[in-house]
Design a protein around this ligand. Structure first.
Ligand code: NDP
Length: 322
């Protein structure tokens, strides 16, 4: 089968289309023929070596497809079932192995592309807005990178929970998308100081929460827009990793809280995985959650997809089709 692997870490140039043996499911696992694989920013961290991986490594952690075979001890799924999964490496490929305990059924009416396009970013947006900081009606919240895949979904969920949403984007075109998703105040952080603007627009002495996936270039200023005892949710580092930080500074800035959440801890139980997946699939079925699938590439063009994502060219979700 064909797969996109890295033999060494580096730029998008290291992504290589290779013929590799079809894997065999072990106990508790399924073999799935992939119809669509999601491209996520985390894939670039593995490619660069920011997150360690054993080489050669098949990139990608999210896909949707049809089960080809299951191990003899798997009774929850069978060959022919339409399934999606996330957080399991090896999805930039024609076939992949996943633990049956981590698969979700794709409801009727949801396409493979929608399922692969929404799972990681939808679950992330869900746990951020419902669990990491459960947004309350009237909360003023800041969401960075509001026109990105995760950002557009998080804006919609924050609005559904009754928030007034501030968001940052780099271009006018992205501002339009963030506005269409429901954002109330859109700040072009390439042109103006986002922290000053938020402080000017906020109705109280700072915000209860900032959702920051940009990291290096936004972290410090994001802290300054929080109210006393506010929560900084650093959930990614699209601009690079945040440098070491002296925790004593949290006390002088207003007894702030900082968390660095990751999806696996919020879908650790089957109940959590199913309830978050149900929320996003129901949202798509009822058209209350809009998914932007604009960037679709053949598997062989994975490097192109990475370059587009990293150059901030894309909005919404990127998919690879094997
Ligand atoms: P996006 O579609 O949001 O793309 C990243 C966006 O970040 C860009 O479009 C860009 O928007 C913004 N950005 C700001 N600075 C830079 C920079 N220097 N280089 C590149 N982009 C920059 O990607 P995803 O939705 O896939 O992921 C968003 C973030 O969420 C990532 O940091 C990812 O790691 C994180 N994430 C975390 C998860 C978790 O559980 N912790 C799970 C899923 C995603 P603009 O042009 O408007 O600035």
């Amino acid at each position: 089968m064909q797969a996109i692997q890295i033999l060494t870490t580096g730029s998008a140039d290291v992504l290589t289309l290779r013929d590799i043996p079809t894997p065999t499911p072990g106990p508790g696992e399924a073999l799935i023929r992939i119809e669509a694989s999601g491209v996520n920013f985390i894939d670039t961290y593995f490619r660069e070596g920011r997150y360690p991986a054993q080489l050669p490594y098949t990139l990608g952690q999210e896909a949707a497809g049809i089960i080809v075979a299951v191990a003899s001890d798997v009774s929850t799924f069978k060959a022919g079932d339409r399934v999606a999964w996330c957080g399991i490496p090896g999805t930039y490929a024609q076939l992949a192995i996943a633990s049956a305990a981590r698969l979700v059924s794709i409801p009727e009416g949801i396409s493979f592309q929608q399922a692969a396009g929404v799972l990681t970013q939808g679950i992330t947006a869900h746990y951020l807005s419902h669990s990491t900081y459960p947004i309350q009606p009237g909360d003023e919240v800041l969401i960075h990178a509001g026109a990105g895949g995760t950002g557009l979904l998080l804006i919609q969920m924050a609005k559904a929970r009754g928030a007034r949403v501030f968001t940052t984007v780099s271009t006018e075109a992205k501002a339009e998308l963030a506005r269409a998703a429901g954002a109330d105040e859109i700040i072009l952080y390439t042109r103006e100081d986002f922290a000053e603007k938020v402080k000017k627009l906020a109705s109280g002495p700072g915000l209860p929460v900032v959702y920051d996936s940009v990291g290096k270039t936004t972290f410090e200023k994001s802290l300054t827009v929080l109210r006393p005892r506010g929560l900084m949710v650093l959930f990614g580092g699209a601009s690079g990793a945040v440098p070491p930080f002296d925790l004593i500074r949290l006390s002088t800035m207003g007894s702030l809280f900082v968390t660095r959440p990751t999806m696996k801890d919020y879908i650790a139980t089957r109940a959590d995985l199913e309830s978050r997946a149900k929320y996003i699939f129901d949202g798509i079925s009822s058209d209350t959650l809009k998914l932007r699938l604009e960037y679709i590439y053949p598997l062989a063009d994975a490097a192109h997809a990475h370059r587009d994502l990293e150059s901030r060219k894309t909005t919404g979700k990127l998919l690879l089709i094997p």
